[in-house]
Design a protein around this ligand. Sequence first.
Ligand SMILES: [Zn+2]
Length: 139
Amino acid sequence: MAVEYCLFHPQGGGQPADRGWVDGREIVPARDHDAGLVVARSAGDLPLPDFTVGQSVEVRIDLAARRTYAALHTAGHLIEAAGRAQGWTHAANTHFPGQARIEFTAARPTHASTPRRAGRKRPRRCGRTSPRPSRKTRP
Ligand SMILES: [Zn+2]
């Protein structure tokens, strides 16, 4: 079934589905791609009762959960924007409570993009065990 003014967010975009109720029956919202609607399906084993078009129903949502999902989703996009500003490539994300994360792939630094000043010591590379021999310059 679908309601005219849908409160529910289906699972997608890295977010879990909202928890909600229609006329006291717990539902799980899902996207019906054929109809282009968010529909409410029974969360339990029993099917939802038959509703008629235009029938008034009472709709409730777990608002605390919805706010948590929205906050984690927004925080994820902010972190993603900060990472992209560092030149990192967004690889994956999830906004589920308890496992929300953004994954990036960092670009490998190149020597051509690292400015060096004359006379400054070259930084040691990781894994090098002996100092690099110094270049001799003519007076
Ligand atoms: Zn998003």
